[in-house]
Design a protein around this ligand. Structure first.
Ligand SMILES: [Fe+2]
Length: 252
């Protein structure tokens, strides 16, 4: 049996899970770039408000927006992000948006982040002690285990953003298992389920779901292009499976 046949058979074998109308059972989106003008996400306040209205219409109750902190490109600080959150909250309230709005960050695992953790600088978190972080899409990180250990002993719970989007780990189940054993939680990008990031990321996402390794989902919303894909996700079998089997978003 070739890989395609095996994959098709696996999809056909997926039991029917209840239909999902919208994202109201998910409740909280934990990954987005909606503070205008400080990273590669929403560029203007008007765009941010439009996207927040759309998330509200999709059933979300709460949005934790997570601007990039990346030493080479987006030199954001907690002060910059929290001040942007204040502005966004006021504008959203005036525009009739009832979503609960919070902010954390998406930390890029570079040398600067490793040093920040090593110096025990206070990090932006969501849900009390969750720290969202991402790694390079091109090179496997050589310091991930050390940084995860340092985060954990400081009481943080590391949450790896979009584990399905790192091609150098495709087929290497043992790496995902080692990270989980170290206490890392996994946040799937919801749009991976409709193939937005390509077939390999979709297949990896489904494999992680089948192995019960996904703890959170997130829109990773940067702009309207992500919104269009997000609207299609509720019809996906694997989104239904995740919704039926439980993820932590609704607990936040
Ligand atoms: Fe992101």
């Amino acid at each position: 049996m070739n890989l395609l046949t095996s994959w098709l058979r696996k999809k056909q074998d997926l039991p029917a899970y209840p239909a999902v109308e919208d994202f109201s059972s998910i409740g909280t989106d934990i990954h987005s770039h909606l503070i205008p003008g400080i990273d590669d996400g929403s560029a203007t306040l008007e765009d941010s408000l439009m996207l927040l209205h759309a998330l509200q219409d999709l059933g979300f109750k709460k949005v934790v927006t997570t601007p990039h902190i990346m030493s080479d490109y987006f030199k954001n600080t907690p002060e910059i992000i929290l001040s942007g959150l204040d502005t966004l909250r006021s504008a959203a309230a005036k525009d009739g948006i009832h979503l609960e709005l919070e902010a954390a960050a998406e930390y890029y695992l570079d040398e600067s982040f490793a040093q920040m953790v090593n110096r025990q600088e206070k990090l932006l978190t969501f849900g009390g002690n969750y720290v969202l972080f991402e790694i390079s899409y091109i090179n496997p990180p050589d310091n991930i285990y050390n940084v995860v250990f340092d985060l954990s002993i400081q009481g943080y719970i590391p949450v790896l953003a979009h584990p399905e989007r790192y091609p150098f780990w495709y087929g290497k189940d043992s790496i995902y298992e080692k990270l989980k054993d170290m206490g890392v939680l996994f946040q799937l990008n919801t749009n991976s389920l409709v193939g937005y990031y390509g077939p390999a990321a979709k297949q990896c996402a489904e494999n992680l779901i089948d192995r019960n390794m996904i703890d959170f989902i997130g829109s990773d919303m940067h702009g309207v292009r992500h919104l269009e894909a997000l609207r299609k996700v509720v019809d996906e079998k694997y989104f239904r499976k995740l919704s039926a089997t439980g993820i932590k978003n609704s607990l936040l």
